[in-house]
Design a protein around this ligand. Structure first.
Ligand SMILES: [Zn+2]
Length: 430
């Protein structure tokens, strides 16, 4: 007769037997990715490259079969070329348009409940990854949809690029508040300098990673660059952001606001055209990064009907883009640091890297252009050592592209075949 104790012994024996049966080798924790060549972000090109990834980090970079550890899982991407995961320093990833007939992007996205926007904008996130962009600095969203997406992606509930989010960008109230109306600074809208600290603190408390200021008019078909924040107000925003340990990006379409953004101490100046030589020299001296976002006006001009813009709007967008390109040429010649920012909105996701074509037109070599989206972006984010290179200890963000971007930067536009982010394969179009 069996007693309960016997049953427990039998069960224990069965467990031990399973453990001492045929030894099964543990799956290797190492992932070896083989590439025809690797542009590693340091200026070097590694032939017949082998990148060893362990969990979410790069363990080592070598060359040839001898560099593949015994037992490692191997992904052979030869003859594709490897580059670091790219950084888009200016997006609005929560601006989503479903292209429904009769609808227009701005009005549709403005009227939608934010939970739906966060869900639908996964498409923008996926399209961004497909361009090889694994990190975005997202400069302006409502209801903290950007931070929701950031956190969902971070916890693995959503697939998308790493997001460095600004929450609400600070802007100037266009008309006085009605008597008794609640203040608008929690949504970033300030009346004057006295509300700036509160507006910045509201973004910080919501969890923003970076502060954005709309320092001038200009957006969509509006290419006016009328300064809206004075130099003193920009200074107040910069000091407030820095006091909270955050960096700050100032949007200015026009030259005066661009100059004042530099003088106020912003880490980056977005868009600005016709910057004068003194301002360019000051940017070099201070290390201010220029994010010209030349391509976003090409995007609007290519989609006039979608947006309900006129032919005259198109001509204005084209003229602004020419000034933007010329300013980028002068800034590059002066030695200003650049980061690649697409200012992607709506259906512009998937075209994030087209900005690099303009950078080459502005006089950069393809290697210099690519660097704006790797080490340049990482420096702007203060994430050197984490992002922008394929080297031991860096995050395992790696892109394989068909062709050689150092010969022709345009291979990035539609040549991305495979993308790894934090050690996980997120795009595979081989
Ligand atoms: Zn923008």
């Amino acid at each position: 007769m069996r007693r309960p104790t016997d049953a427990r012994v039998v069960a224990l024996f069965a467990v031990l037997c399973a453990a001492c049966a045929e030894p099964v080798p543990a799956p290797s924790a190492l992932h070896a990715i083989r590439l025809g060549a690797l542009i590693d972000g340091s200026g070097e090109v590694v032939p017949d490259a082998v990148v060893i990834v362990e969990a979410d980090r790069i363990l080592s970079v070598g060359s040839g079969s001898a560099a593949v550890p015994a037992g490692a899982r191997v992904t052979d991407l030869r003859p594709l070329t490897g580059i670091p995961g790219l950084i888009d320093a200016h997006t609005h990833i929560t601006y989503y348009w479903d292209q429904a007939p009769g609808s227009q992007p701005w009005s549709q996205s403005g009227g939608r409940r934010i939970a739906e926007t966060v869900f639908l904008a996964q498409e923008n996130a996926r399209r961004t990854l497909e361009t090889g962009v694994t990190t975005v600095r997202d400069l302006g969203a409502r209801d903290y949809a950007d931070l929701s997406m950031r956190d969902l992606i971070e916890r693995g509930a959503m697939v998308g690029p790493r997001i460095i989010g600004a929450g609400y960008g600070l802007s100037k109230l266009r008309r006085p508040l009605e008597p008794g109306a609640s203040p608008a600074w929690p949504r970033g809208r300030v009346r004057d300098a006295s509300e700036i600290e509160a507006a910045v603190r509201a973004q910080v408390e919501a969890g923003a990673d970076v502060i954005k200021v709309y320092g001038s008019t200009g957006s969509g078909r509006d290419v006016t660059g009328v300064q809206t924040f004075t130099l003193e107000e920009m200074r107040a925003a910069v000091e407030s952001a820095h006091r909270h340990g955050l960096r700050i990006a100032i949007h200015s379409y026009g030259p005066e606001g661009g100059r004042d953004a530099v003088m106020a101490g912003a880490e980056s100046v977005e868009h600005a055209v016709d910057l004068d030589d003194r301002t360019l020299a000051e940017m070099v001296r201070r290390g201010t990064v220029y994010v010209p976002t030349i391509d976003h006006n090409r995007y609007y001009a290519d989609h006039l009907d979608d947006f309900g813009y006129s032919a005259e709007d198109g001509a204005n967008l084209d003229a602004y883009r020419a000034r933007n390109l010329e300013t980028a040429r002068r800034a590059h010649a002066a030695g200003v640091s650049f980061a690649m920012g697409s200012d992607a909105v709506f259906t512009g996701f998937g075209e994030n890297t087209r900005e690099l074509g303009w950078f080459v037109e502005a006089g950069m070599t393809p290697a210099e252009a690519l660097a704006t989206a790797t080490v340049g972006g990482a420096a702007l984010l203060g994430m050197e050592g984490e992002l922008g290179r394929v080297a031991p200890g860096y995050r395992a963000d790696l892109v394989a592209v068909d062709g050689d971007p150092l010969s022709d930067i345009r291979v990035l536009f539609d040549g991305v075949r495979w993308v790894m982010k934090d050690g996980a394969v997120v795009v595979n179009r081989r």
